[in-house]
Design a protein around this ligand. Structure first.
Ligand SMILES: Cc1cc2nc3c(=O)[nH]c(=O)nc-3n(C[C@H](O)[C@H](O)[C@H](O)COP(=O)(O)O)c2cc1C
Length: 181
C-alpha cells in the first residue's frame, strides 16, 4: 500500500474480531516503529504487552476502578476491555527537564502512530486510548508502570470487526501560512 493511502485510510478501531494477534508480529512491528526522530537520542520509551488471560485481569482492574470512583459504569468498562485481543501500554521515562520531556513525548507519540500504520498495513486495527482511569494507581500498577514514568496511552490491538467511517479533516491549505519574505 502506498504511504499516502495508508495514512488516509487508517482508522481508529474500537471493535475487534475474537482472534489473537501474534506476539511475534507485534514485537516486529514495534521494532520498526521505534525508528523515530528523537532529539538527544534519549529513547525514553518502554512497552508492556498484555494478551490472553492478561486482558481479563486488566478488564477486572477497570471494573474495580470504575466501581470505586463511580466515574464509569463498571460492567461497561469491563465489557469494553474484555473484547480487545491485545493491549499495548506505552510508558515514557519523565525527564525532569520540561523541554526534554516535551521532545520525548513527541518522539514517543511518533512511535505509537508508526505502530498503528504498520499494523494497519498488515490488516490489524488499533486505537490509542487515554481513558481517565489510566491515571489511577491500580491501572498503572496493572501494567507495571513505575513512578517517574508517564503512561502515554494504551493501544487496543486486534483484527477489525468494524471499521469506522473517516472523520473529515480540515484541508491543510486552509491552515497554511506561506511566507516568502
Ligand atoms: C493522544 C490520543 C488519545 C486518544 N484517546 C482516545 C481515547 O481515550 N478513546 C478513544 O476512543 N479514542 C482515542 N483516540 C483516538 C481518536 O479518537 C481518533 O484518532 C479520532 O477520533 C480520529 O479517528 P481516526 O483515528 O479513525 O482517524 C486518541 C487519539 C490520540 C492521538
Amino acid at each position: 500500500m502506498e504511504l499516502a493511502q495508508l495514512l488516509k485510510e487508517r482508522r481508529s478501531v474500537q471493535l475487534f474480531e475474537d482472534r489473537p494477534v501474534s506476539v511475534k508480529l507485534i514485537t516486529q512491528l514495534l521494532d520498526t516503529s521505534v525508528w523515530v526522530p528523537n532529539h538527544r537520542m534519549t529513547q525514553p520509551w518502554r512497552f508492556v504487552l498484555v494478551h490472553g488471560d492478561g486482558v481479563k485481569r486488566i478488564a477486572q482492574t477497570c471494573r474495580s476502578i470504575a466501581g470505586r470512583t463511580g466515574a464509569l459504569d463498571g460492567e461497561k468498562a469491563y465489557n469494553k476491555m474484555i473484547g480487545v485481543p491485545a493491549l499495548l501500554t506505552v510508558a515514557m521515562r519523565e525527564n525532569p527537564n520540561l523541554a526534554i520531556r516535551e521532545e520525548d513525548y513527541a518522539s514517543t507519540s511518533c512511535i505509537i502512530h508508526n505502530f498503528s500504520l504498520l499494523a494497519w498495513e498488515k490488516g490489524i486495527g488499533t486505537v490509542w486510548k487515554t481513558p481517565g482511569l489510566m491515571h489511577q494507581p491500580e491501572y498503572r500498577e496493572a501494567f507495571g508502570i513505575q513512578p517517574g514514568e508517564k503512561l502515554v496511552g494504551t493501544l487496543h490491538i486486534g483484527y477489525p470487526a468494524k471499521i469506522p467511517a473517516a472523520q473529515p479533516r480540515i484541508p491543510a491549505e486552509q491552515l497554511l501560512t506561506i511566507m516568502d519574505s
